[in-house]
Design a protein around this ligand. Structure first.
Ligand code: NI
Length: 259
């Protein structure tokens, strides 16, 4: 089975001690491709470093809504520089987080818009973080013509109606550990309704470990459990889910164009 973890943070300091073992376990589980996603400038640069050193690893660079208040013209300038790296495949993660509200909402929205424009300027797809902000995320994606950049709603947490809206906009939906949780609720419906050509899977490691590791540090090897759960829900073989989600990741992030 060949799996793609479309969203992980091996650039996080929680992997500094045992990065090599984590990567070895991912390989042993069949995870051939991992997109490491930045959330501030330091983690974006770290994602580029890891991608440069390791086959099958790629990077996304961007400023998380938690850090929106730190975003300046200089930040944009640094992101442009980082994005020039040949293994940078997306701008992310960017978006809105109305659960924690670490940055004021109006600031989050403005920085989200600026990074969506940057993605269009750089012709990169976007990786969207949306927590408790579905309506504003959707409105801003429409207003900023994000369809042109394309991309993925990572760790999708909405219901079937919101999923349909995002699919209509041309976006991919990525499912993570929560689809395995007892309280997965509407996610079970979403896992069944996403067209096969728009589905991605991820870990969001070190966060959101799937059952039976819930509450522990997550790692890319566990993306297999997400694939297995979705396969069970859709009446497919895990291998098929692994194959189609890997194919979709190659498409949305244009991985075949990277030498
Ligand atoms: Ni993330």
């Amino acid at each position: 089975m060949k799996l793609t973890d479309s969203h992980a943070h091996l650039n996080d300091e929680r992997f500094r001690q045992d990065y090599a073992q984590v990567l070895a376990r991912a390989r042993a589980a069949g995870v051939t491709t991992i997109i490491n996603v930045g959330y501030d400038l330091a983690s974006s640069a770290a994602a580029c470093d890891l991608a440069e050193k390791t086959e099958g690893l790629y990077a996304a660079v961007g400023i998380h809504p938690h850090d929106a208040a730190s975003y300046t013209e200089e930040t944009a300038c640094m992101l442009r520089k980082l994005a020039a790296h040949p293994k940078v495949v997306a701008l992310g993660e960017i978006g809105l987080d109305y659960y924690y509200n670490y940055s004021p909402r109006d600031v989050q929205q403005e920085v989200f818009r600026r990074q969506l424009r940057l993605a269009r300027e750089l012709s990169l797809p976007v990786i969207i973080h949306d927590r408790d902000a579905h309506d504003d995320v959707y409105r801003i994606l429409c207003e900023e013509n994000a369809r042109e950049a394309g991309g993925v709603l990572h760790c999708f947490s909405g219901g079937a109606a919101f999923a349909a809206q995002c699919l209509q906009l041309g976006f991919y939906l990525s499912l993570a550990g929560p689809v395995t949780f007892k309280n997965a609720g509407e996610l079970l419906e979403v896992a069944k309704m996403v067209p096969p050509e728009r589905l991605l899977i991820e870990t969001d490691a070190p966060y959101l470990a799937p059952v039976p590791y819930r509450g522990r540090r997550n790692e890319p090897a566990y993306v297999r459990l997400v694939a297995e759960k979705i396969a069970a829900l859709r009446g497919m073989e895990p291998e098929e889910v692994a194959e189609l989600t890997s194919r979709n990741a190659r498409a949305v992030f244009s991985l075949d164009q990277i030498v």
